[in-house]
Design a protein around this ligand. Structure first.
Ligand code: FMN
Length: 209
């Protein structure tokens, strides 16, 4: 079984989402023997914005992709995702949505003909069968059915893009309100960290069966 571990936080050692995603990956490593780990740190090794030069890698434009390093890298990013059984994503909320580093990665995995296609009946996801676990962190409170839920363009967005490519098995482990002071930050993180083993237990059991 292969697990792709992605982090997008730009806050380094202070990062809550990095702590949380690492705990989820550690729990998975303990629970699943011979787990193959692949790491992608989008802050240490950023992916550039999708631009006109990169477009042929992700959409059939009629133009041939330049046989340069960027095309090869885009292909490698996509293949790494396609090869993964489980994807763990450290996804902080920055300015009400995901980090732009994570958006650049998403722009390389939503690839026409590879992870989705359009049919006469509308879009069809082609990347089903994977499990996605999102370590979601935010300074404020936006959980579903709370007063600020409509300002959350992070978790619903991530669910939407994975649904679009055929992945319905998306679990969110959330630490929020971390800007409300050290006590709330620690309480939110502790609760999320405590949830990590339970989140991996489901797929670990399925893998062991
Ligand atoms: C550039 C930046 C923008 C942020 N924007 C928001 C925001 O719009 N809403 C919010 O609730 N928290 C916001 N925060 C707080 C972060 O969501 C919070 O610190 C969270 O822990 C970030 O994850 P990280 O610690 O892994 O970097 C922002 C933080 C930074 C650094």
């Amino acid at each position: 079984m292969k697990l792709l571990h992605i982090d997008a936080s730009i806050t380094g050692t202070a990062s809550v989402s990095r702590q949380l995603s690492a705990a989820i990956v550690d729990a998975a490593s303990e629970a699943v023997p011979n787990l193959g780990l692949v790491r992608r740190d989008l802050d240490a090794d950023p992916i550039p914005h999708l631009d006109s030069r990169a477009l042929p890698s992700v959409r059939p434009t009629g133009e041939t992709a330049q046989p340069d390093g960027e095309a090869a890298r885009n292909a490698a990013i996509l293949q790494e995702f396609l090869d993964a059984d489980v994807v763990v994503i450290g996804a902080p909320m920055y300015n009400f949505t995901i980090a732009s580093q994570l958006k650049a990665w998403i722009d390389r995995i939503l690839v026409a003909g590879k992870t989705f296609r359009y049919t006469e009946n509308g879009p069809q996801g082609l990347a089903g069968g994977k499990k996605v676990i999102i370590a979601s962190t935010r300074g404020g409170l936006y959980a579903p059915a709370t007063p600020n839920a409509s300002a959350d363009f992070q978790e619903p967005y991530l669910r939407t893009i994975f649904h679009f490519i055929g992945i319905e098995d998306v679990t969110i482990v959330r630490a929020e309100g971390v800007a409300f002071g050290p006590r709330q930050r620690q309480a939110a993180l502790d609760a999320a960290l405590a949830a990590a083993p339970g989140v991996v237990a489901g797929f670990a059991k399925a893998m062991a069966a």
